[in-house]
Write a protein that binds this ligand. Structure first.
Ligand code: PMP
Length: 351
């Protein structure tokens, strides 16, 4: 604590991201990145920007990327908001739609950034405990609240809720904003984007970090009714005009336009997930049904923390959560086939 810090800075409880070693020593299965590189078309588009445009500010509205996303999802351009990664879109959403007058609700367990944002923006929240099997008790989201947010698929469990349940939540909460965080939706879940035109209270947040292999570029976006998007723009334009740089804008456009590469890589990840799930079950793991690019697992006899440590010694990073209820679970990102073969080989030596 420093005497120079504001009261705000003193009272923060910052999020601690998973370990990000910047060398290639590790097989990195700890922060749900895509094991495949971005499409070559993305690299080509970025190279063109680096050649002559970096001295100029980017388009503060990101119009070209908004248009590409609007076309892709069959929406209007003013139904699209852009942010520096979906974390930023989430932060702006907490500012734009939630306040301290009534508690917002979200699952326990879920993406840990939600409590961090609620704390910084002084938004009261109530946690909705997941069922024993980690499914979300939908009816708990019907109760009186100041807004709802949940990831679908959930993190770190990876399981999904069907669109019909999301629709019920939207109807019950028609006077409040319901945010569906779809960071992992492209790996097998049904997207609520299909409901955007029907429900004015729905905001869907997605990212280029996972299924588009662009975690390093930092591009996220929200899709929703144009009132909600306008609210987000008000907040964003009061903080920073240029949240997305030129490289990010051009790279993301190229990624959204390369549908073949997107389909090819997401299918590979889903195939690998299926194979690794059955291999893990064979060696005594309980594996939560996943529609994401990671698996949430625990072993019948070996403690998660021991497996985590032993894998680390073997230069394989997975995520261990030292939190009540899930402290005997590991979250393992689906890598490429070669990485996952090594992972399985080393896990077999441990369990
Ligand atoms: N939502 C969820 C559920 C996540 O797991 C993540 C990634 N850690 C994010 C949002 C943020 O992703 P990004 O900022 O890279 O778009």
């Amino acid at each position: 604590m420093s005497k120079y810090w504001s009261r705000l800075a003193q009272n923060l409880e910052p999020y601690v991201p998973g370990e990000q070693p910047q060398d290639k020593k590790y097989i990195k299965l700890n922060t749900n990145e895509n094991p495949y590189p971005p499409s070559n078309k993305v690299i080509d588009a970025i190279k063109l920007v680096t050649d002559d445009k970096l001295s100029l500010y980017p388009d503060p509205n990101g119009s070209e990327l908004k248009e590409a996303l609007a076309n892709y999802y069959n929406l209007d351009k003013d139904q699209v908001f852009l942010g520096n990664g979906s974390d930023e879109v989430l932060a702006f959403s907490f500012m734009a739609f939630f306040d301290s007058s009534e508690s917002i609700i979200f699952p326990d367990i879920t993406y840990s950034f939600y409590t961090v944002y609620a704390n910084i923006f002084k938004i009261n929240y109530e946690l909705v405990p997941l069922n024993e099997d980690f499914t979300l008790p939908i009816k708990e989201l019907y109760k009186k609240n100041g807004g709802v947010i949940f990831p679908n698929p959930n993190a770190p469990t990876g399981n999904c809720i069907p669109l019909e349940d999301i629709e019920k939540v939207l109807i019950k909460n028609i006077n409040r904003v319901v945010i569906v965080d779809e960071a992992y939706i492209d790996f097998g879940g049904d997207s609520a984007v299909a409901l955007v035109d029907k429900y004015p209270n729905l905001l869907v947040i997605q990212t280029f970090s996972k299924s588009r292999s662009l975690a390093g570029l930092r591009v996220g976006y929200a899709l929703g009714n144009k009132d909600l998007i306008e609210g987000l723009n008000r907040v964003k334009n009061s903080v920073n005009s240029y949240t997305l740089d030129r490289l990010a804008l051009k790279g993301a456009i190229a990624a959204i336009n390369d549908e073949n590469y997107f389909q090819e890589t997401r299918n590979k990840i889903m195939d690998t997930r299926k194979r690794i799930t059955s291999e893990l079950i064979k060696i005594g793991f309980n594996v939560i049904d996943s529609k994401s690019n990671f698996l949430f697992i625990n072993h019948s006899s070996i403690k998660a923390v021991d497996i985590f440590m032993k894998l680390r010694e073997r230069a394989i990073l997975v995520r261990y959560f030292k939190m009540p209820r899930i402290d005997n679970y590991l979250r393992v990102t689906i890598g490429n086939d070669k990485e996952m073969d090594i992972f399985i080989r080393e896990v077999c030596k441990i369990v």
